[in-house]
Design a protein around this ligand. Structure first.
Ligand code: HEM
Length: 510
């Protein structure tokens, strides 16, 4: 009989007694020597691994990326070098704050992380379904996440803490307005856009650099839940997004996104009125129009969730030749954070897990460590340089130098003059991008969320946040003030609108 059908222990010993443990007589105690019983119980006790510290609940599928337009004038990345070229990908979409068992329809941005398995190694574009983010310095990330997750005292999520953080960090406003719109509760995962969010570099064959932003636009059309529909779906089917994506792919209804880039030359960068590497800002699509690149299609469900999704590891550090980083400070922080998190979550050899492996065998001088499951370099040299192996450096991959001028290293205030306009773009979003219905829903969603602010600091937090809404748009602030039953704000003429250097200025008198 084929080995495939034989029931064996992990070490290959036949499992003859699968159902019953060895006992002293039919009604007596068990014998310690029933090794298979130990193996089953011990393995079960170790089934759970650490969940991701953020983005713990997610769904993923394999698919292909196909080039439809030529962008070789911007990048020499090989996956884009030919029309019609296909690259294998895996895309994982997730909520951010909830735990692994939390409901899919929570109000939250959604992660949108793509791994491209290219001939030059794996490229991970680890973005969200929003073009901006809450903070613009990585030092604030753990504070931000702590405020969104469970309160250490009562272990409940708390609107008070969530809005307390937002109100002290007005750079979050742009993302907060998107989060509070119905885009914060997308209908599953197929009906939302994805964004690289940061600025990245593209480098072409002539070694010329441009900066780019990536946009994946859903071909399924945008579809969102209203506040009440999302609330209802959380109890009716907490796993709605996973079910919806899985069943669509299983039935051959493959979801697709069109990839576009926005391109900014280094010259244009220096002439902009705002910092193009600030992830709380978008680039105007009028000035920097979307350029089509290709189509991403999901067409294969993972064959095992734990092996291929739970053990999946993305890292913004993973860029390939022709694509590189930008000076975006949040991106710079993320370059360190992800591999560090994965060494802790999955172990130091997490890149050897099949779903994380690149298309070809890698050779370097890293060896050993927990869970080494390759041949570990066999007997080859484990140091460099050496007189024995044939490995060589591929100098053609050398990265273009970046001129950093005579800059002085310091802890610069991220909200200093010229970096502190937190209000203009959210104002454009509120007045020009959203339609009447979306504006109404946004206000209602904010009111419902802020009604959860409780305790002795509640009025202080509400007024601090209303102050920021007022700078975005007076009507927005008034509607929310009325909805919350507090006096409408009149901060419009505040002298600190354009020059908010210190959070103490947000401690407003009530
Ligand atoms: C997951 C850190 C900002 C998108 C994670 C993980 C960490 C982390 C530690 C878990 C990684 C793992 O265990 O595999 C940070 C830090 C940030 C930051 C320190 C800012 C300083 C962002 C931003 C975006 C983003 C700006 C999107 C634009 C994601 C996504 C995942 C993730 C999509 C889940 C990846 C997956 O599906 O496995 N982040 N993050 N993060 N982050 Fe961030």
């Amino acid at each position: 009989m084929e080995d495939l059908f034989k029931l064996r222990s992990a070490s290959g010993i036949p499992y003859v007694y699968e159902q019953d443990s060895r006992s002293v007589g039919p009604r007596g105690p068990l014998l310690l020597e029933d090794y298979i019983l130990h193996e089953k119980m011990a393995h079960f006790n170790r089934e759970r691994i650490l969940e991701r510290v953020v983005h713990a609940k997610g769904s993923a599928a394999f698919g292909t990326f196909t080039v439809t337009k030529d962008i070789t004038r911007y990048t020499r990345a090989k996956l884009f070098n030919q029309l019609g070229k296909q690259t294998k990908i895996i895309l994982r979409m997730s909520t951010i704050a909830g735990e692994k068992g939390s409901a899919d329809s929570e109000r939250d941005p959604r992660g949108f992380a793509v791994k491209f398995y290219t001939e030059d190694g794996n490229w991970d574009l680890v973005g969200n379904n929003t073009p901006v983010f809450f903070i613009k310095d990585p030092k604030k990330f753990s504070d931000f996440i702590h405020s969104q997750k469970r309160d250490p005292y009562h272990n409940l999520r708390s609107a008070t803490r969530i809005w307390d953080f937002f109100s002290f960090n007005p750079e979050s406003l742009h993302q907060v307005l998107i989060l509070m719109s119905n885009r914060g509760t997308p209908y599953g995962l197929r009906h939302m856009h994805g964004y690289g969010s940061h600025a990245f570099s593209m480098i072409n064959a002539k070694n010329e650099r441009v900066y780019v932003k990536f946009h994946f636009r859903t071909q399924q059309g945008i579809k969102n839940f209203s506040h009440d529909e999302a609330l209802q779906m959380r109890s009716a089917d907490p796993d709605f997004s996973q079910r919806d994506l899985f069943e669509a792919i299983e039935s051959g209804n493959f979801p697709k996104w069109t990839l576009f880039i926005q391109v900014m030359t280094t010259d244009q960068c220096s002439k902009l009125a705002f910092n193009p590497f600030d992830i709380t800002k978008t680039w105007s699509q009028k000035e920097f129009p979307l350029i089509e690149v290709g189509v991403l299609e999901l067409n294969k469900n993972p064959s095992n969730y734990f092996a291929q999704v739970e053990q999946l590891a993305f890292a913004p550090a993973h860029v390939i030749d022709g694509i590189s980083y930008s000076p975006d400070k949040v991106l710079q922080g993320r370059i360190l954070s992800y591999p560090d998190a994965q060494r802790y979550r999955l172990g130091v050899n997490y890149e050897q897990i099949p779903v994380n492996q690149c298309l070809f065998a890698v050779h370097n001088y890293q060896r050993d460590g927990l869970m080494t499951v390759t041949n570990n370099g066999d007997g080859s040299a484990n140091y460099y340089p050496n007189s024995f192996d044939q490995l060589f450096i591929e100098h053609e991959y050398k990265e273009l130098p970046i001129k950093l001028g005579n800059a002085i290293a310091d802890w610069y205030d991220r909200n200093s003059e010229g970096e502190n306009d937190h209000y203009s773009q959210p104002g454009v979003l509120f007045r020009e991008v959203l339609d009447d219905k979306e504006r109404g829903d946004l206000c209602l969603n904010i009111i419902k969320s802020m009604q959860g602010i409780t305790g002795e600091k509640s009025l202080e937090i509400i007024h601090r946040q209303l102050y920021h809404f007022c700078q975005v748009d007076q009507t927005l602030a008034q509607i929310i003030a009325e909805g919350l039953g507090v006096s409408p704000p009149s901060y419009q003429s505040s002298p600190c609108v354009k020059n908010q250097r210190s959070i103490h200025q947000y401690r407003l008198p009530i």
